[in-house]
Design a protein around this ligand. Structure first.
Ligand SMILES: Nc1ncnc2c1ncn2[C@@H]1O[C@H](COP(=O)(O)OP(=O)(O)O)[C@@H](O)[C@H]1O
Ligand SMILES: N[C@@H](CCC(=O)OP(=O)(O)O)C(=O)O
Length: 369
């Protein structure tokens, strides 16, 4: 059976921690592994970090830059070098690759989202391995994925992958950061999003010296991917051949079982493609209605409206502690919602002076997170 496999490798696996120089044997083994998977007839996408790390090594910088303009300049140096190394290795193995640099805005507009989908399908159809990274050099803060764990989950969701591998510098997920908590408990299997919440994993605030998001972004990436029906594995980047073993059924690393009924492609775009422009804080009745009853959101259940947004923008739906429970497309703008929040639907036309729709967010445009 032909599988679609997305592999994400982090800076911590691509470079040597002591020197920041490239971990050539890891990269070469990864290239061999991905070529092997291609020859088995699978469709393969590599999401590779490393532009900033490799750029720093090239320019002799000993720390990841903090200033945005410098980071963007360094990424431009590193991305070219990185892709050249990949192209050399894959060319030796007679495998065509493509460089795909994405920004968040490429997924916000539905037409561009579908365009990105089509491009991936063409590349995979041609037997090419796309090598994806965030377009760090031009990405601006408000329109950033921010980390490649999230980017890889969005790509896996976009192409409806069977597997997402998050390769990192630890062998699996633990109950807490094993660097600072030596007796942290290893986790082999997470069977649902609910179980993930119950595990209450501690991730600390940071990743390794060169990594961006640490374990927190891998966990949220796993949530996005499993909701899209993608089996996700966190495992060590130093041993890329483990990917083959895992696909054959070995339980290496931490496995996240995919949700049995994946969220539809359009709802995934609402949930993770769009950038929310505001927040609605809901009362308990509304939370129960949308999360247990699968109902639409009505004005009566909205306690607080935060942010400025227009009709059909995406907003976050939160409980009174600010925990996000859902996202959706609003039928009213923020000014209108300030006036009608807490009111019964039949009062809306009298308050606004014109007839509006009954629902603030229709259930077809509402996704539980
Ligand atoms: N609960 C946890 N389980 C495993 N690793 C954790 C956990 N919390 C934090 N970490 C840290 O996350 C780091 C990996 O994240 P990061 O440096 O961003 O990697 P990458 O460059 O591969 O994306 C590990 O080195 C580890 O110290
Ligand atoms: N786009 C950035 C990587 C961002 C990132 O998520 O890094 P990492 O945590 O090492 O996967 C780069 O290429 O340096």
């Amino acid at each position: 059976m032909s599988l679609t496999i997305v592999v994400k490798i982090g800076t911590s696996s691509l470079t040597q921690p002591e020197t920041g120089q490239l971990a050539l044997s890891t990269i070469a083994t990864l290239a061999e592994t991905l070529c092997y998977l291609r020859r088995q007839g699978h469709r393969v996408i590599l999401v590779s970090s490393g532009a900033v790390g490799v750029g720093c090594a090239r320019l002799g910088l000993t720390e990841r830059p903090k200033a945005i303009a410098l980071k963007q300049a360094v990424a431009a140096v590193g991305q070219g070098r990185l892709i050249r190394i990949y192209d050399d290795l894959f060319t030796t193995l007679q495998q065509a690759i493509a460089q795909v640099l994405l920004t968040r805005s490429d997924l916000v507009q539905r037409s561009r989202y579908l365009n990105a989908y089509n491009t991936f399908q063409e590349l995979l159809g041609l037997g090419v391995i796309p090598i994806v990274n965030e377009n760090d050099t031009v990405a601006i803060d408000e329109l950033k994925f921010g980390d490649n764990d999230t980017l890889s989950a969005l790509v896996a969701s976009l192409v409806e992958a069977d597997w997402l591998f998050l390769l990192t510098d630890v062998d699996r997920l633990y109950s807490a950061d094993p660097r600072s908590v030596p007796d942290a408990r290893p986790i082999a299997l997470v069977s649902s999003i609910k179980e993930l919440a119950q595990l209450q994993i501690q991730t600390g605030s940071q990743g390794s010296q060169w990594g961006t998001g640490g374990m927190a972004t891998k966990i949220s990436a796993a949530r996005i991917a499993i909701a899209a029906g993608v089996r996700t594995v966190i495992t060590q980047g130093r041993f890329p051949r483990n990917i083959e073993k895992i696909i054959q059924g070995e339980l290496i690393g931490t496995h996240f079982e995919p949700q049995p009924e994946p969220t539809s492609a359009r709802k995934r775009w609402i949930a993770y493609g769009l950038i929310p422009a505001g927040k609605l804080y809901l009362d308990e009745g509304a939370i129960a209605a949308i999360s247990l009853g699968g109902k639409s959101l009505l004005a009566a259940g909205i306690k607080v409206v935060e942010g400025e947004f227009r009709t059909q923008d995406a907003v976050q739906l939160c409980d009174s502690n600010g925990n996000e429970i859902a996202r959706g497309l609003v039928n009213y703008n923020s000014d209108e919602l300030q006036k009608i929040r807490g009111c019964h639907s039949r009062e809306i036309s009298a308050i606004l002076g014109y007839a509006g729709v009954e629902t603030v967010i229709h259930r077809d445009n509402l996704v539980l997170i």
